[in-house]
Design a protein around this ligand. Sequence first.
Ligand code: PGA
Length: 275
Amino acid sequence: MKLTVDILIRKDYNEMSKTAAGFIAQLVQSKPDCVLGLATGSTPIGTYRELIRCHREEGLDFSQVTTFNLDEYLGLGVHLDQPYSLDQSYARFMYEELIKHINIKKENTHVPDGLAKDPGKFCQEYEAAIKDAGGIDLQLLGIGGDGHWAFNEPGSSLGSRTRVQALMKQTLDDNYESFYAKAGFERKNMPHFAITMGVGTILEARNILMIANGLKKADVVAQGIEGPVTAQITASAIQLHSGGITVVLDEDAASKLKHKEHYIHVERMKKEYNL
Ligand code: PGA
């Protein structure tokens, strides 16, 4: 594992979210026109709430920030005329959970277009748009129950680029439970395909900020961080990244890490010596 990996363990979801948001806020302050890679799912909601708080209470300014989201279900796009619960697009999620609450320019926010007529072509254009924006300064990521990054399901090449991907059973089960079932959808009506940034695309971000919480994630977190690098756990590609990597976990998600105590010592050391 690279020495540049910082693994920070926090007591609960709230603290994890505050720490993660702190890194993003710091970047926005030091580079107001930064490019953020953003993620959806239940994990980053707390991070976005904290960023909204920073904007409202501390004046954190997003007016020059550009964002690119990791993924979107194929066939879905924003439907502002529908209730949020019925519009399960990731574009809508971003709008409701972050974008509409901060002073970012809508035209600077990008979510893959799940309604693209030619998704293959769209994927190439998305890659080009990231490059044109100067690349991603910091990519926020969760980790899926099957160890995926974005929708890079097990078996995705670690060099993969933005593309259309078929979702696997565990991801469909997890997302059904977290979102679709609550909104009253039948399982058969949830989308089975998605557009996703590739693992290779994600690895080009200058910094990676991965977050995870809960016991359900403990095994995949340990495999991703301490296990072998494998396309079966695409988040294990974190070990290949050459820049700044920060992983923020709550106690539960960190509970299966073999070197947990060591990571706690490293954080203490860095704090003490201002490293
Ligand atoms: P979750 O999903 O935040 O809903 O657990 C994480 C992911 O799939 O990356």
